[in-house]
Design a protein around this ligand. Structure first.
Ligand SMILES: *Cc1c(COP(=O)(O)O)cnc(C)c1O
Length: 435
């Protein structure tokens, strides 16, 4: 499959190059040249397919012969090593729990898939020098990337995180893995980490010494495997015999955009809901037709604190830049922290379901949209993180403790290993002085 830059359709490249580069040289996002259609009999066969078989059939056309089928199968097996259950919440609403992966966040799927594709391509190139994945994190992304790349040959991962600004569990996930993962604890905020990473990518001295790669969510190998969730949910809910609506708690809009790709391939999804916190660029746009990026507002669903969603341009492309078509497929709702907390309480008290703040936003958007419908539909909100990852706010809001999942126990006893840096020089010295 060929990919092109959304800034310039003439700038074409392979899947491999798109994965290795992340962003096109003109800073455009890569987009597949064609959106493949599902096989005619796919929906007939779907009830009997394993999740690995679904994933293979869905992703294969996006890769073509650039990864041999046997290797791709193995990548998928290693990516999907956990469950994607749908928990009924009301009669017409279910929670698609995407947090059963190793770092308890839905980003595990994209990170694991991308890590393995990159590992394969580096090995194929017999690249003798290692690649260094450099990533800034406000919490969730770093853990998923670190875990996804752990032990992948030929790749070192360097993660920058803001000191004292990530939760204890998140910090453990970043700092205790060892092997090819290094954590740099930055005396500053997330934006400082992000600035340092950007500076490093443009620093000629570092680039002569290191092959820097980004594991950013705009990478096609992180974006596309997120389509799998929608196929799995569709399969699981076939017996409902109702139009399906997905509400996606959104920040950078990669996850929602993947759902809309799945629909475009032919998966019969009735409608999507973009659910956001106070960072509501997209819901406002859907209401007014006016796309206005905003300064980021900090909220309790902080993985969605994005004022300029990078993947929205891909959604525009899928919808042929037609506002009417977009509105037909997508509605948007936004909620502030007080509404989010009220939803957490209501989910718990009325439905005995403990959500995290991101899932709660998704639930609210879904409910609002379903209320506008005259016909009956079944709604799914994507529960993107385990509530334990947002322990403080969930416990305080629900006035109860949350049990630690068994598999997190060993993590809490592991020893933190991080190097402290307080300026760009610290990062530069580290990168120039390690092999
Ligand atoms: C990253 C993240 C989101 C937002 O996903 P996008 O694809 O950026 O829209 C939502 N919830 C959680 C928990 C996340 O980590």
């Amino acid at each position: 499959m060929k990919y092109y830059s959304l800034n310039n359709p003439a700038l074409e490249t392979t899947f491999k190059a798109a994965v290795k580069m992340g962003l096109a040289p003109d800073k455009g996002l890569y987009f597949p040249k064609e959106i493949p259609a599902l096989a005619k009999d796919f929906l007939e066969r779907l009830p009997n397919l394993s999740k690995e078989a679904i994933a293979l059939e869905v992703i294969e056309p996006y890769i073509g012969n650039e990864i041999p089928k046997a290797v791709l199968k193995q990548i998928i097996d290693e990516t999907l090593c956990f469950e994607f259950p749908i928990i009924p919440v009301t009669d017409t609403i279910g929670s698609l729990e995407l947090f059963h992966g190793p770092t308890l966040a839905f980003k595990d799927v994209g990170a694991r898939f991308m890590a393995r594709c990159l590992g394969y391509f580096n090995q194929q190139d017999q690249q003798t020098e290692k690649s260094t994945v450099l990533v800034a994190t406000s919490g969730d992304t770093g853990g998923a990337v670190a875990d996804g790349f752990l032990g992948v040959r030929g790749i070192d991962v360097v993660i920058l995180y803001p000191k004292g600004k990530v939760s204890e569990i998140q910090e453990k996930q970043l700092t205790t893995l060892g092997k090819n993962i290094t954590a740099l604890e930055v005396d500053g905020v997330f934006d400082d980490c992000q600035d340092m990473v950007k500076t490093a990518f443009l620093d000629p001295e570092i680039n002569t010494k290191k092959n820097l790669t980004s594991a950013n969510s705009i990478n096609v190998a992180r974006w596309l495997p997120q389509m799998f969730y929608y196929f799995f949910a569709f399969q699981a809910l076939a017996d409902k015999n109702k139009p399906l609506v997905f509400s996606v708690p959104s920040g950078n809009f990669g996850n929602l955009c993947a759902g809309m790709m799945a629909q475009k391939m032919g998966l019969p999804i009735h409608h999507f809901v973009a659910s956001t916190n106070s960072n509501k660029v997209v819901p406002e746009y859907l209401k007014t037709g006016n796309y206005q990026t905003q300064k980021t507002i900090p909220t309790i669903s902080n993985a969605m604190d994005v004022g300029a969603p990078s993947n929205f341009v891909r959604i525009q492309q899928i919808m042929n830049h037609d506002f009417d078509v977009l509105q037909k497929h997508l509605s948007g709702y936004s909620y502030d922290d007080a509404q989010t907390k009220a939803a957490l309480v209501r989910l718990y008290q009325s439905y005995n379901y403990i959500a995290d703040p991101h899932g709660a936003v998704g639930f609210l958007g879904l409910e609002a949209y379903l209320n506008t419908l005259e016909t009956s539909a079944y709604g799914v909100f994507l529960e993107t993180a385990h509530p334990i990852k947002f322990l403080d706010v969930v416990e305080e809001t629900l006035q109860r403790t949350i049990d630690m999942p068994e598999r997190l126990m060993p993590l809490l006893n592991r020893e933190k290993k991080a190097l402290s840096i307080d300026s760009y020089t610290g990062l530069k010295n580290y990168l120039l002085n390690t092999d």
